[in-house]
Design a protein around this ligand. Structure first.
Ligand SMILES: Nc1ncnc2c1ncn2[C@@H]1O[C@H](COP(=O)(O)OP(=O)(O)OP(=O)(O)O)[C@@H](O)[C@H]1O
Ligand SMILES: [Mg+2]
Length: 244
């Protein structure tokens, strides 16, 4: 069963085509990577799936059924590129509680979900901290926890490794793997797919508003180099002069 199906989605803004007939689906419990150059339309697509923007045409299905934007707002979790922007409260736990409270859940249920999200992201020790005092990796984990507390059917992440150093990137990848193990359906949009591609089931590449690669990550990974998305590491110092 597909947790998410995007069917022939197009988007034009003031006559200019942003997305052009995008179709793909994510199997329940799968972990997928989406890549593509700046401006390819990835973030706009995530906003449409989440229900934050309306496509010019096309449909979004969850569990095989077309869903309104309002329903998708509730059932699809989107972790934005800028985690700082996602912080709304004065402490980590209050920030994580914000989403479930907005769903109108009672206090016990909110507290159960906050506890679950803190534990899943290993943030218990930081529960009382102010988001402004967190490191980049901790902030990103808080943003992910906030989305988990909504208990979404599908988790979308827009550039979760942006501005993270190597240890923080590893921490976020480990958290993603744990979520994958727990059965969440995850789509990660990233310019750094080489960092986690070996753990994913699927690779989708977008170019100029279209899907140009969609297949098993193990079969399609070489297309990252072909599509100028991944630059293989230099064999020697001299090789670093790739502008020459
Ligand atoms: N409100 C808008 N009006 C006009 N064009 C827009 C608007 N929002 C986005 N675009 C354009 O849509 C295209 C796709 O943008 P999008 O943010 O989805 O790209 P992206 O693939 O996420 O790129 P990046 O890797 O840089 O994050 C870009 O060319 C962008 O300039
Ligand atoms: Mg983007």
């Amino acid at each position: 069963m597909d947790a998410l199906r995007v069917e022939d989605v197009s988007l034009s803004i003031r006559e200019s085509g942003i997305l052009d007939g995008v179709s793909f689906s994510l199997e329940k419990g799968s972990f997928s990577a989406m890549c593509g150059h700046n401006g390819a339309g990835k973030s706009q697509l995530l906003r449409i799936i989440k229900g934050l923007a309306r496509p010019s045409s096309g449909r979004i299905l969850l569990d095989g059924r077309e869903c309104s934007a309002k329903e998708r707002m509730r059932r699809v979790g989107l972790v934005f590129q800028d985690a700082q922007m996602q912080m709304v409260a004065q402490s980590v736990e209050k920030d994580i509680a914000f989403g479930p409270e907005n769903l109108g859940l009672d206090r016990d249920e909110v507290s159960r979900r906050v506890g679950m999200a803190l534990a899943l992201m290993g943030l218990e020790a930081h529960a009382k901290r102010r988001p402004q005092t967190l490191s980049g990796g901790e902030l990103r984990k808080t943003a992910i926890a906030g989305v988990l507390a909504m208990e979404p059917d599908v988790i979308l992440m827009d550039e979760p490794f942006a501005n993270l150093d190597y240890p923080s990137t590893l921490t976020v990848i480990r958290s993603l793997l744990e979520l994958h193990e727990k059965g969440f359906t995850i789509l990660v949009v990233s310019h750094e797919a080489e960092k986690f591609l070996s753990h994913t089931d699927r690779l989708i590449v977008m170019s100029h508003g279209r899907v140009v690669v969609d297949g098993r990550a193990c079969d399609e990974y070489h297309r990252l180099v072909e599509n100028d998305i991944y630059i293989p590491p230099a064999a020697s110092f001299e090789d670093l002069t790739w502008l020459a």
